[in-house]
Write a protein that binds this ligand. Structure first.
Ligand SMILES: C[S@@+](CC[C@H](N)C(=O)[O-])C[C@H]1O[C@@H](n2cnc3c(N)ncnc32)[C@H](O)[C@@H]1O
Length: 291
């Protein structure tokens, strides 16, 4: 099955990177030339920058690699309380301009959850800014996973104001590298601005695959490295260590699109966007993948 993200017109205009056609060819060449031995079918829509992948043999994954609580301490050892609290408060108060700009992308993307089933896991739920887009439908259950305990209060408040009864929202302290959820238990996993922060992107994506039901959806919006050789990429590289320090491990230079392409989803629709509200994290990828 091929999923398709319907883009707002403004989003089509805001694609970044080298000329979209060249980018598409590069992706196709790299994917088809990979050594995994699986057959990739690729196509591209007429919307510039939109990549579809259909992989008929998704990777088989089962069982978390390690106990989720052990993994939590391993990849995200408890920080000083003041640091985690400060970061949670900064996320709550400091993202308004960003959230206003990303709203049209989120509305479009998360509208696909209306047919996805009822059990959702939000990876790195943070203060819960996504809940208002998808959590109000009848019977929806959301597990919000985050290592920062101070996110619980914010995400519960966001659930309530989104119209999600707290009986249907569970905050679990944990990390993407070993999700506190059963195999094939989720209709969808949602992750925004989180693969920049996990310690091991490949492990986290493997966990997304593990907890998704067959055909389940992974919806993502991630900030990524600017194109190779660009001024912004240079600036990102220079500021990366500082960013990790002040933003709880967030990396500016990750090539997350490649990790998602290689995660073994049976279909993937991914697009690029450039946001103006936060220069340093302006290049984004977003889309939907299916297990
Ligand atoms: C930039 S915030 C994004 C939060 C939220 N998804 C949003 O869109 O506002 C990154 C979040 O990832 C969480 N995080 C950090 N390391 C993580 C990990 N290994 N697994 C899951 N979440 C993690 C942080 O605590 C933080 O809440």
């Amino acid at each position: 099955m091929l999923c398709h993200v319907a883009l707002p017109a403004a989003a089509r205009r805001s694609h970044v990177g080298p000329k979209p056609r060249r980018r598409r060819r590069t992706l196709v060449a790299r994917l088809c030339g990979c050594r995994c031995g699986r057959r990739h079918l690729l196509g591209a829509s007429s919307a510039a920058g939109l990549l579809h992948i259909v992989n008929p043999t998704p990777l088989a994954v089962a069982a978390p690699p390690i106990d989720p609580e052990v993994m939590l301490e391993r990849v995200h050892p408890t920080r000083p309380g003041w640091y985690e609290k400060l970061y949670a408060t900064a996320m709550d108060k400091g993202m308004m301009a960003y959230e206003a700009e990303i709203a049209k992308y989120k509305s479009n993307l998360f509208s696909q959850l209306s047919v996805a089933g009822k059990n959702f896991l939000e990876l790195g739920v943070g203060t819960g800014p996504n809940l208002k887009y998808y959590a109000s439908a009848d019977g929806v259950n959301v597990v919000g996973v985050d290592p920062n305990m101070y996110m619980e209060e914010y995400s519960r408040a966001a659930a309530t104001s989104a119209g999600l009864p707290l009986s249907n929202f569970t905050f679990r302290r944990g990390v993407g590298e070993a999700l506190p959820a059963e195999d094939s238990s989720m209709d969808a996993v949602i992750g925004t601005l989180v693969l920049c922060s996990v310690k091991d992107t490949t492990m986290a994506l493997r966990e997304v695959m593990r907890v998704l039901k067959p055909g389940g959806l992974y919806l993502f919006i991630e900030h990524v490295a600017a194109p190779d050789g660009s001024l912004l990429q240079f600036v990102q590289s220079a500021l990366d260590p500082l960013q990790q320090f002040v933003s709880d491990g967030c990396h500016l230079t990750r090539k997350t699109a490649e990790n998602i392409e290689q995660a073994g989803f049976s279909s993937l629709s991914m697009n690029t966007a450039r946001l103006s509200s936060a220069y340093i994290i302006s290049p984004h990828v977003y889309g939907v993948a299916s297990k």
